[in-house]
Design a protein around this ligand. Structure first.
Ligand SMILES: Cc1cc2nc3c(=O)[nH]c(=O)nc-3n(C[C@H](O)[C@H](O)[C@H](O)COP(=O)(O)O)c2cc1C
Length: 257
């Protein structure tokens, strides 16, 4: 692991104290009007770097140049709501590959998604050439356990586990791996938004995630280390189906206390 150390450039620092004020870890103190980092043992969320008006704080050990926000990006709430309202799980895909640059943007959304305590425990396995092999492993597993699962669920009894039960002939699958499931799921949701903005349809495959998490063989073949799990699985491709309207949903269940 590369060590990341927070550095303050005293030539640039104007002692405004913004870094101390915004530090969630209370890890910066002011001495004689200048900020000092108390310990390197902090969550390294980077707020001190982002908030400094003079670019006086950096965290060492990273390669990327940090983009500067020159204008605020604001989405139209009504448009965002429509995106959520009209998105559907897609299970019919065109026989068309996802371009590398589109995949890159989707992965970037995952990389940039926040994690609890800035744990950064989320990683990704892209199934492209080996997709069918992994789907085959999961199909084999599900066919074995189906008679037992079918005892408890009529939906399981009705479902045929055919050769494409998990991925529906989609060209691309991303397994989102994490220690903390919530961190992985947040990344997955942001990735779905970017995928849809790029014209793709998406399916969250809970079935494939379960197959991975119950089978050490599949986990090992995917290279998922001990202590991590498949938090979510995104199945992606260009849709071969068009939805014309929203679908009915129950009224909101909300309490105001
Ligand atoms: C976490 C999660 C896991 C899911 N897993 C599967 C799955 O394995 N197979 C499948 O066909 N659909 C799966 N779905 C899709 C749901 O069935 C779908 O979201 C729901 O029926 C509502 O339809 P809509 O997404 O089109 O609004 C999953 C959805 C979520 C949120």
């Amino acid at each position: 692991m590369v060590e990341h150390v927070i550095k303050i450039d005293r030539e640039r620092c104007i002692g405004c104290g913004m870094c101390k004020k915004d530090c969630a870890a209370h890890n910066i103190e002011m001495r004689n009007g200048m900020p000092y980092v108390i310990t390197d043992d902090c969550i390294q969320c980077g707020h001190c770097v982002a908030v400094c008006p003079k670019e006086a704080i950096s965290i060492g050990g990273y390669e990327e140049a940090l983009p500067v926000q020159t204008k605020e990006t604001r989405l139209d709430p009504a448009q965002v709501l429509d995106v959520i309202r009209f998105r559907r799980t897609v299970r019919q895909f065109q026989d068309k590959a996802v371009p590398a640059e589109v995949l890159e943007q989707i992965l970037e959304a995952g990389r940039l998604t926040h994690t609890a305590k800035n744990l950064r425990d989320v990683s990704f396995v892209v199934l492209d050439k080996e997709k069918d092999k992994f789907e085959g492993m999961a199909v084999k597993l599900f066919r074995r356990i189906k008679p037992f699962a079918g005892l408890f669920s009529s939906m399981v009894r009705r479902n045929q586990v055919d050769d494409h039960f998990f991925f529906f002939h989609a060209p691309l699958v991303i397994v989102i791996v994490a220690k903390d499931r919530t961190n992985g799921v947040l990344a997955a949701q942001n990735m779905e938004f970017v995928a849809e903005a790029g014209g793709l349809g998406v399916l969250f495959s809970g079935f494939f995630a379960s197959a991975v998490n119950v089978s050490n063989k599949i986990k090992k073949a995917l290279g998922i280390p001990k202590g991590k799990k498949a938090a979510a699985v995104l199945v992606l491709g260009y849709p071969k189906v068009k939805y014309h309207r929203a679908v009915p949903r129950e009224k909101i269940d909300v309490k105001y206390l």
